[in-house]
Ligand binder design. Structure first.
Ligand code: SF4
Length: 211
């Protein structure tokens, strides 16, 4: 069930207090690096992606550089990530488009980003909010599970969850709330065994109240 507005405010305040320093887990030093790292992160832990990109970005870290290499050159760097073949081909195709159409820069609209190979709405939102400071809520597996458990959303799919979170969370907190929910999902509200007894949200959380 969706929480009342008052309880939503309380839940958001508690999350903010719990994770005041929440920030992206992926290593990056440019919008392009974040785009590549996020594309690699599907079905792969952030820790593993960081291991890969810490080496990869020392050698190639611009759209121009990636557009000049072939798949066989890229594969040894990324083969420890799940779905590396598909990701590798998408990253190279995406880099060529950025080089040819955008002067090597990452575009700053969701429409342009999601038109790139291998870039879905979640990846676009991660880049918009973390690289460009444009308010967006990327709904990954943690954000989806935790927000629907708490009652900040009540939806069966990612798009509706994103829409409801944008309605229920003040715009200035969208990007931070994405990180609060990820931290909470990793540290407390795990998929199989949520630690409700020690959770600061247990008084307001719809899942804890009704289980
Ligand atoms: S009370 Fe339980 S279900 Fe609710 S947010 Fe905390 S850990 Fe998750």
């Amino acid at each position: 069930m969706m929480l009342t507005k008052e309880k939503q405010k309380t839940a958001l305040r508690l999350l903010k207090e719990s994770y005041p320093d929440a920030k992206p887990a992926l290593h990056f030093s440019s919008p392009f690096e974040l785009l590549v790292a996020t594309m690699l992160s599907a079905q792969c832990t952030d820790k593993q992606v960081n291991k890969v990109t810490d080496v990869l970005f020392k050698k190639y870290n611009t759209a121009e550089a990636f557009s000049q290499i072939d798949y066989e050159t890229l594969e040894p760097f990324i083969h420890s990530c799940g779905f590396f073949r598909m990701k590798g081909h998408n990253i190279l195709a995406m880099s060529r488009i950025l080089t040819e159409k955008y002067g090597g820069e990452v575009p700053q609209t969701r429409e342009e980003l999601t038109a790139l190979p291998g870039v879905g709405r979640k990846t676009a939102n991660v880049v918009l909010s973390n690289a460009f400071g444009i308010p967006a809520i990327a709904v990954d597996t943690h954000v989806f599970r935790v927000s629907n458990r708490i009652g900040l959303a009540e939806a069966n799919d990612v798009e509706k969850t994103e829409q409801q979170l944008m309605e229920n969370i003040p715009e200035e907190d969208w990007s931070a709330a994405h990180h609060w929910l990820i931290y909470h999902g990793r540290l407390v509200c795990a998929a199989q065994k949520p630690k409700c007894e020690e959770c600061t949200l247990r008084e307001v959380c719809d899942f804890a109240v009704h289980r």
